[in-house]
Design a binder for this molecule. Structure first.
Ligand code: DGY
Length: 329
């Protein structure tokens, strides 16, 4: 005879969690679902993903899981929803999911503050040469205070060019106001005055780049934005400009950015995201004046718990026949 506990498990919807998420997220998932957790915490190959998704009602996935049209076509018919634990969703072919009748949802609200904080760390880290200073100290090569050592830039009065004024761009702008920066932005559409709060709108990326002292890339990866920060775009920045990226690596043409730093046209860079993570362009490792972080924009427990909460809320809604709060398709 089946025990009541086993019966309860059998009746729970089946959920695949493709990576080890925060303890609160795992606890809730175990409570409400028959959970298949990727305890190894190593990204699945497409074949493994398809195999582990078999028989599951819902998939709680991350940006490391590639849902191409081919993978989606091969998913078991049992799969009703893919909830990604991210705001970025370029790893999922939304049209293919829609065509298969699979709902897709993301976590756009949970990541804003954490990502904006790292965005500001990149701005400060690049402008004040934080990693160069730390390397000098740790190498035991610091011989004491020196007037002209590691000279950086102040932020006040500088023009901060925000490329992509969504939630994260606006949160960056809010922090920049506290540093007395002059805020400019490029977006598909201007914000309403209450949201822009005095920031200057540019109708084209070129127009933004021409005035920018410090560029903050905060736009999503789309066919329109990919590769948009190339040699021609970088040449439009003022000599000595700073470039930071908290969005996605593929907005930048790495070779062009590295060449612009080497030529001195770009003075410093601060990056948290890269094309082809974790196998980033090797040229970055050799740049002294680069403040480089390993895609940790949302790496705080508050964001991780909220991302898990929002992802599970989306899954709960789809499986209960309700509209998911933050649906993509
Ligand atoms: C996102 O949410 O897209 C971040 O890059 C990872 O949390």
């Amino acid at each position: 005879m089946t025990s009541p506990e086993a019966c309860k498990t059998l009746t729970k919807p089946k959920l695949l969690m493709t990576r080890v998420l925060s303890p609160a997220t795992i606890d809730r998932a175990r409570r409400d679902y028959d959970l298949d957790l990727n305890e190894a915490d190593v990204p699945f190959t497409p074949e493994e993903l398809i195999a582990r998704a078999a028989g599951k009602d819902a998939l709680l996935v991350t940006l490391a899981d590639r849902f191409s049209a081919d993978v989606i076509a091969k998913l078991d018919r049992s799969v009703k929803v893919i909830a990604t634990y991210s705001v970025g969703h370029e790893h999922i072919d939304l049209q293919a999911a829609k065509a298969r009748g699979i709902r897709v949802a993301y976590t756009p609200d949970a990541v804003t503050v954490a990502t904006a904080e790292i965005g500001f760390l990149l701005i400060l880290g690049a402008a004040r040469r934080a990693s160069e200073g730390e390397r000098l100290l740790r190498a035991k090569a610091w011989h004491g205070w020196q007037p002209m050592q590691l000279i950086g830039r102040r932020l006040d009065g500088k023009k901060l060019g925000i490329y992509g004024m969504g939630k994260i761009g606006q949160a960056i702008a809010k922090r920049a106001r506290g540093f007395d920066m002059d805020i400019h932005y490029f977006n598909r559409r201007p914000l309403v005055a209450a949201a822009a709060r005095g920031a200057t709108y540019h109708a084209t990326l070129d127009s933004l780049l021409a005035v920018t002292d410090i560029l903050c890339i905060a736009a999503p990866s789309t066919p329109e934005t990919r590769g948009s920060i190339d040699a021609a775009a970088l040449a439009k920045l003022k000599p000595g400009a700073i470039v930071t990226n908290i969005a996605r690596g593929d907005l930048v043409v790495d070779g062009d950015l590295i060449a612009a730093v080497k030529s001195g046209h770009i003075a410093h860079i601060g990056l948290d995201v890269y094309t082809n993570e974790p196998n980033i362009h090797p040229g970055y490792y050799d740049l002294e004046n680069a403040f480089l972080l390993p895609h940790m924009g949302t790496s705080v427990i508050e964001a991780r718990d909220e991302m898990g909460r929002d992802a599970l809320d989306n899954i709960d809604a789809v499986l209960a026949g309700r509209e998911p709060p933050t649906a993509l398709v």
